[in-house]
Design a protein around this ligand. Structure first.
Ligand code: G3H
Ligand code: ZN
Length: 285
């Protein structure tokens, strides 16, 4: 069924486990997330980024309606989250398109401007029943930036600053920079677990890990044990998808029907989804 992100995150936090959020680009991504969640007996978040909305023509309606239909038809509890929103217009389209939550991303702005823009987005979101996540400290690696930026200590989220930020913005969850970076295709990131625990103790809202595709299983387990709640995974699904397509086409150079390679690609993503759901502690089967 289609449920709300707020209830999934709240339940995960209360159960001292993580909740995984997977990025949807195509219909097959959404189907694979549902299959992986059903197989693991877990709930999950289907998230669609502003970039993915742009890929589908800029109107969040069509791709979101498809993901919502997949969620409604699934036996797994699934929610719809609008990810990395920078555009105010897209934020305002979220409730009408069927999202229960957004990640408003002002992380590229200087601190004071990030705080002011986020506070305004949260006010608007809460007035419209939307759960709002925001980011303090840049995770980095989006839009082709060098993805190693976030491994330098200077871009870590500062706990004292985080307390002020959460209080003044009123966000429902905080994405933090603790050593992960977006779009990594190898799982080599190491996280600052002392900082994660310090942030968990300092801020009253659940913490979000972005760029989890580059984080090894054991590091994710430790992060969840130290208080990380929402675990965002995008690139790992694309690695599985594209790897399966490449393998199929290499072995079958005359294939024309896309279903021939989309079936193994979707199955590869479903396997990746189930694996991450086990690692974050959501799996019951
Ligand atoms: O918001 C989305 C996530 O942070 C995904 O990051 O593609 O590096 O796993 P990733
Ligand atoms: Zn992210």
């Amino acid at each position: 069924p289609l449920v709300s992100t707020g209830e999934l995150v709240t339940a995960a936090r209360a159960g001292n486990r993580g909740i995984a959020a997977f990025n949807v680009i195509t219909l097959e991504h959404a189907e694979a997330i549902a299959t992986g969640a059903e197989r693991a007996g877990a709930s999950a978040i289907l998230q669609i980024s502003e970039n993915a909305v742009k890929f589908h023509g800029g109107d969040p309606g069509a791709v979101t309606a498809a993901a919502a239909a997949v969620a409604r038809a699934s036996s797994a509890p699934l929610s719809l989250h609008l990810d990395h929103v920078e555009s105010a217009a897209l934020l305002k389209a979220a409730p009408g398109a069927g999202f229960s939550s957004v990640m408003f991303d002002a992380s590229k702005l200087p601190y004071a401007e990030n705080l002011a823009a986020t506070a305004e987005a949260v006010r608007w979101g809460h007035d419209h029943g939307i759960w709002v996540e925001a980011e303090l400290g840049a995770v980095g690696g989006k839009d082709g930036e060098p993805s190693l930026d976030a491994h330098t200590p200077g871009v870590r989220t500062d706990p004292a600053e985080a307390v002020v930020y959460v209080t003044e913005t009123g966000v429902d969850a905080l994405a933090v920079a603790v050593g992960s970076s977006h779009a990594m295709t190898r799982r080599t990131a190491t996280l600052d677990h002392t900082l994660i625990a310090a942030l968990r103790d300092a801020v009253p809202v659940p913490l979000v890990l972005h760029g989890s595709s580059g984080v090894p299983d054991e590091e994710i387990r430790r992060a969840v044990a130290s208080g990380m709640v929402k675990i965002n995974v995008g690139t790992a699904l694309n690695t599985a998808f594209t790897g399966a397509v490449r393998a199929h086409l290499a072995a079958h150079p005359t294939t024309v029907d896309p279903r021939k390679y989309l079936v193994p690609a979707r199955e590869a993503m479903a396997g990746t989804v189930a694996d991450f759901l086990r690692v974050v502690g959501s799996a019951t089967t």
